[in-house]
Design a protein around this ligand. Structure first.
Ligand SMILES: Cc1cc2nc3c(=O)[nH]c(=O)nc-3n(C[C@H](O)[C@H](O)[C@H](O)COP(=O)(O)OP(=O)(O)OC[C@H]3O[C@@H](n4cnc5c(N)ncnc54)[C@H](O)[C@@H]3O)c2cc1C
Length: 397
């Protein structure tokens, strides 16, 4: 093991005002308690507490931006290395997951529908199933996970973890309808007419943001979210130009290198990348190169054309160009359900209880906030599950 979690746990100072939890963690994981229980050989108790607070604890321990969150706020980090909190959380959540003894409340006879099996939908489904609701999850893809499975690469988040979640959810009695999109032949009103007391929309942000330059439709141009969906089917060639410098761009670059591309360059518009420092460092270690102050003008069959500070245009030869400048939520459900109101950014509009403009229809995650993070989707969804519970109880016949 690269990090010795027992040594790391012994380094925790058990601060009375734990900044890791209060300032650092968006879902306020009780980190000092987790470490205390771990050191007292009460790991199952720690795992249960973690799951209850964040059902996606195992996943967040791998993909959160810990350097800016828990570990970035650890007092130990002021004069040295912070405690490697994420490794401790991962050790506990991973090794205890199958043994978690989840006890759903007896059935309350009410059904709820969850549209989308990403972090938001998984969180809602688990919490409501534990409260005694009968849950059916509708998912466009063949498997659960959303961007966790079809965006974040295997080397950062093994897909086997999502298969374990699927098993756990089935054990809770959650039903799945894979390969099925709501908003086509079946709409939200069909669900409500069929007796679902409430509907949750967690459909994420999957429509690639376009650059708006000529050439984006050419055969040598791809969008990050499409490429990461299934990199095996792309033949990118040796030279790959990536436009955009966030975490998705780093995932694309590192995936392209692992698939054999030899010259992978990220073109950054300004002077800095927007990816987290950790992802940036790993990309450099993997051999990704970076070019700064590159403003794209158009894409040609031979590669992108950039304009420099003197307004001089230059073609950079590349076999493939991948555009990685984020995604927007304009899914069919957002565009076709005319009664669902959007906010000024084109995301689903919700009130403070997470309810959309359709009564009984709730939403959270990227479809509401635009592209954000896993922990943000889970933290809000936890709250919305409570709001849905209150709503459904108030409507009980
Ligand atoms: C490449 C990439 C890397 C990222 N890396 C990180 C990271 O390291 N750490 C981090 O915290 N965040 C990361 N993020 C962001 C994070 O993954 C998202 O914020 C998070 O997944 C949002 O969760 P969600 O449940 O709202 O949506 P999603 O994960 O997008 O899930 C939505 C689900 O809804 C399904 N769906 C959509 N429309 C329908 C429909 N009409 N009917 C049925 N199902 C439907 C989709 O197929 C999908 O499964 C990354 C994002 C990208 C693109």
């Amino acid at each position: 093991m690269s990090v010795h979690v027992i040594d790391e746990a012994n380094r925790c100072l058990q601060c009375t005002n734990p900044r890791c939890r209060e300032n650092g963690c968006p879902i306020h994981t009780n980190i000092p308690k987790m470490i205390r229980l771990f050191k007292e050989n009460r790991m199952m108790e720690a795992a249960e507490m973690l799951f209850e607070n964040n059902p996606l604890s195992m996943i967040c321990s791998l993909v959160c931006n810990h350097g800016n969150q828990c570990e970035g706020n650890c007092v130990r980090g002021i004069k040295g290395e912070p405690v490697h909190i994420s490794s401790i959380e991962n050790y506990i959540s991973d090794s205890c997951f199958e043994r978690l003894d989840l006890k759903p409340a007896p059935s309350n006879g009410m059904k709820a529908a969850v549209i989308g099996a990403g972090p938001a939908g998984i969180t809602i489904a688990i919490i409501l199933a534990l409260k005694g609701y009968s849950i059916t999850v509708f998912e466009t893809h063949d498997k659960i996970g959303g961007i966790l499975r079809y965006g974040i690469p295997e080397f950062r988040l093994p897909k086997s973890i999502l298969d374990r979640y699927y098993k756990k959810m089935r054990e809770l009695g959650i039903k799945f309808r894979p390969n099925f999109s709501i908003g086509g032949s079946t709409g939200i009103k069909d669900l409500l007419n069929d007796g679902y007391k409430s509907v949750f929309i967690g459909t994420g942000a999957w429509r690639p943001r376009k650059l708006g330059v000529p050439g984006e439709t050419f055969g040598n141009v791809f969008y990050a979210i499409n490429y990461l969906n299934n990199p095996d089917v792309y033949e990118l060639g040796d030279k790959v130009a990536i436009i955009g410098a966030g975490n998705a761009a780093m995932d694309v670059a590192r995936t392209a290198i692992r698939h054999g591309s030899k010259d992978v360059v990220v073109y950054v518009r300004g002077d800095e990348v927007s990816a987290s420092p950790e992802e940036f460092e790993y990309a450099k270690v993997d051999g990704v190169k970076f070019e700064y102050r590159k403003s794209i003008v158009r894409i040609e069959d031979d590669g992108p054309v950039f304009k420099d500070d003197e307004n001089v245009e230059k073609l950079v030869p590349a076999d493939s160009v991948i555009i990685a400048i984020s995604q927007v939520p304009q899914d069919r459900i957002v565009t076709r359900e005319k009664d669902l109101k959007l906010n000024e950014k084109g995301n689903l509009a919700t009130d403070s209880n997470g309810e959309t403009s359709l009564p009984g229809v709730f939403a959270s995650g990227d479809v509401v906030t635009g592209a954000k993070t896993v922990v943000a989707a889970v933290a809000v969804s936890k709250q919305i599950a409570e709001d849905m519970d209150r709503y459904m109880k108030s409507k009980k016949d």
